[in-house]
Design a protein around this ligand. Sequence first.
Ligand code: PMP
Length: 387
Amino acid sequence: GIPVCECNSCFDGPDCSVFVPGCPADVNSGDPLFLEPFWMQHAASSAILVAGWHRMSYSFDEKSSITSQELEKRIRRVHAIVGNAVTDQRFIVFGAGSTQLLNAAVHALSLDNTSSPSAVVVSAPSYPAYKEQTDFFDSLDYKFYGDTSMWKNTSDVSANVIEFVTSPNNPDGMLRKEVLQGPSARAIHDHAYYWPHFTAIPAPADEDVMVFTLSKLTGHAGSRFGWALVKDEAVYQQMLKYTNENCFGVSRDTQLRALKLLKVVLEGEGREIFGFAHKTMSDRWGKLSEALSSSKRFSIQDLAPQYCSFFQRVRGPSPAYAWFKCEREEDKDCYRVLSDAGIIGRRGTLFGAGSRYVRLSLIKRQDDFDLLLLRMRKLVAEEGRVE
Ligand code: PMP
C-alpha cells in the first residue's frame, strides 16, 4: 500500500516498525518534526489543493501586490491571540524563511551614512548563521565583529553596532534582552522560538525589528516562510527592497500554504496547536531532566519556571534544545563522549562555546527523542557503575 509516513532513519520495513540495530540517536538538526502528529490530526483542514492554472501570476491581484494582505492580517491575529509581539504600527516584510530576513535586516540597518562598516555582534553561545551569513555576503557596509562582550563598555564606538538578540536563545533557551545601548546601537530580535511551545510568554515583544518564522511555529520548515515586524518605515523599505532585488518576494504558493496553516493555528484561539506543542516539549524536557537528575558527570541548562500570559499560569521549561555539558575534567571533547554512546548532537564550538558543550535537538520526531532518552539513560547508568 501507500506508505502513510516516511520512515525515520533508524526504522525500516513497510510500516517503519523494524529497528535498525546500533542506529545512533541523531539529535543534531533543528528540524521541527515534533509537530507532524498535530498536522496528521488536522490533515483535511490544513490541506491545500492548487489546480495547474491557478495563481500563475507574479502578483496576487490587479494592484500587482506580491504579498498576500490576508496572510498579513492572519499573522497579526496570531500574534494578538498568543500575545508574543506587538504588531500595531509595525510594517511586515515576508522572507524565504527567516534566514533571508536576518541578512535583509543587517543590510537595512547598516545603511546609516557613516563611512565605516557597521559592526555585527552577538553574545555567545549563539546561533551560527548570523556570523556565517555576515561573513559570506562580505559587504562594505557591515562586518561580523564577534562577541557582544567586546563592545559592552565601549562608549566611543565610531561605527554603528548591530546586535543580534535571539530570544529564546538557540542553543540554550534563555530569554534575552539586548546588551548594547546608546545612539549607535541597533538590534535585530530573532524570535524564532518565542512561542508557547518553547517558552513562557511573559509579555509581548515590542522591539523595532523582530523576526519570526513559520518553521518553528507550525513546523513547516520546508515551506521557507518567515516575517519581520518593523517599526521604522525606512528600515522596512530597505528590507523590502532587499527581498525584491533578491527573489521578487516569497513564493506565492508558500504564502497560500502559510495562510491555510495559520487558519488552523487560530482554531480555538490557538488552544489546540499550542496545547499539543507545549505538552510534547515539556514532556520531553521533563523526561530528559529526570534521566540526568542523578548524574554528576553531565548537566543540562537550568531554566526557571515563569508566568506565561498565554496559558495564564506559571509554567515550567520546554526548550527546543538541551544545552548539554560534560562536567568532568577528562571529558573535554563532550561531542565525542556522546557519539561514543550513540548520540549525535551538535558541537558547542559551533555556537561559540567550549568543547564541553553539545546541543541536543528536542524538536525532531518522537522516535528520535525516544532513542536519545534510551541512550542517555544507559550512559547515566554506566556512570554509576564506574564510580
Ligand atoms: N533563527 C534561529 C534562532 C533559528 O534557530 C533558525 C533555524 N534553526 C532560524 C532563525 C532560521 O529558520 P528559517 O530560515 O527556517 O526561518
